[in-house]
Design a binder for this molecule. Structure first.
Ligand code: PMP
Length: 371
């Protein structure tokens, strides 16, 4: 009995530490997880109420077609339900995309670093990944187009990008769509889309209406605060969606997630409130870091990457001792940085206080006293 040989090339996902693990290891009462870009405020109160009610229905299978949710999304975006697929997180939809478009010997082009699920999904299908290094921490779409070869089936863009939080502009996107052949699928992963100021968002839906070979991915895991329920969606031509639906298993999205997402979409003002709070908190981060002369990457998402140089490991460890879990850049392909999720104002204050003190000791004075 042998697994397919290419399976052994799949990189293993290195998850962030759990709150319980850190509490136990460092004997802490309170630990703050700032590692996975969740919305720490959580979902809108109406969504929580709806989840409580749905508990009574979990003996039934969920709606396999996510009819109500697709209907709502189709009204919101003025597309047909046939243009929408709902997945167990966008992670699952990325998997469907690779299943449908990649076979042995073919490839996808991704930026390096980027969100790791793209690579894993493509390798799982026996495909290869062509990696295009970021330039000045941004995705250069011209370099991506140059990297495409005759075996390329998919290209993956992330806007805003993970792990950097940098963006792709409308002009950049327009030139990419113009230069990519219609038989290559363009995936635009917009997991953090709602965190962007409206004036900086690319109107990708407008491109989906004109181009068959484009799929947008969005999720309820980020600004909507439903990461634990696992629900995301894709919008594309009916041709692409029909292919993806064929590899989808019947009950891929649970009933609580479907109902919660419906209510989440009815609470736009809550989403707007979270966006504004995150922007205000990011400004606070920037101000404190600038005052301390610490470099960081300005971000369109709900996280900030902070440059800490070759002392990442030590800084991450010292932060853990203080009860803050952050993501070391090494695990994200961004060595020399830590990635920190923006949290509630009081938690951010405590984090910044602890971090700047640790940074001063570890990086500037190169020693650890009582930090
Ligand atoms: N895309 C990007 C860029 C992400 O950062 C994430 C979450 N880390 C996802 C997709 C996955 O989202 P979901 O929870 O919907 O699977």
């Amino acid at each position: 009995m042998r697994a397919n040989p290419w399976i052994f090339n799949l990189p293993e996902y290195v998850p962030g530490k759990t709150i319980e693990e850190v509490k136990k290891k460092y004997n802490l009462k309170t630990v703050y997880k700032l590692a996975s870009n969740e919305n720490i405020w959580g979902p809108a109160p109406q969504v929580l109420k709806c989840i409580e009610k749905t508990v009574n229905e979990i003996n039934y299978y969920p709606d396999s077609y996510c009819r109500d949710l697709k209907e709502k999304l189709s009204l919101k975006y003025n597309v047909s339900p046939d243009n929408i697929i709902v997945g167990n997180g966008t992670d699952e939809i990325i998997g469907f995309i690779a299943d449908c478009f990649i076979c042995i010997g073919q490839n996808a082009v991704v930026f390096d670093p980027t969100f790791s699920t793209y690579e894993k999904s493509v390798l799982k299908c026996g495909g290869k990944v062509i990696k295009v290094p970021l330039e000045n921490l941004r995705q250069n779409v011209v370099s991506m187009v140059d990297a495409i070869d005759t075996k390329t089936k998919i290209i993956f863009l992330t806007n805003p990008h993970n792990p950097t939080g940098t963006n792709i502009t409308e002009d950049e996107f327009k030139s990419l769509v113009k230069d990519v052949s219609g038989d290559i699928l363009i995936v635009v992963d917009e997991a953090y889309y709602e965190y962007m100021p409206p004036e900086d968002r690319v109107d990708t839906l407008n491109y989906v209406r004109k181009h068959d070979n484009l799929i947008i991915l969005r999720t309820f895991s980020k600004i909507y605060g439903l990461a634990g329920l696992r629900i995301g969606y894709g919008i594309s031509s009916s041709k692409v969606i029909s292919a993806l639906n064929r590899v989808r298993l019947p009950f891929n999205v649970n009933s609580m997630a479907q109902k919660a997402a419906l209510v989440a979409l009815e609470n736009d003002s809550y989403v707007e409130e979270i966006r504004k709070k995150v922007i205000a908190e990011k400004e606070k981060f920037y101000k404190v870091l600038k005052n301390c002369g610490i470099e960081f990457i300005e971000s369109y998402a709900n996280f900030v990457c902070i440059k800490v140089g070759d002392k990442t490991k030590k800084i991450v460890e010292e932060l853990l001792k203080k009860g803050f879990i952050v993501r070391p850049g090494e695990n994200l392909g961004l060595p020399g940085y830590i990635r920190v999720t923006i949290s509630l104002p009081e938690i951010n204050d405590m984090f910044l206080e602890a971090f700047t003190r640790i940074y001063r000791n570890v990086v500037e004075h190169a020693y650890i006293k009582d930090v």
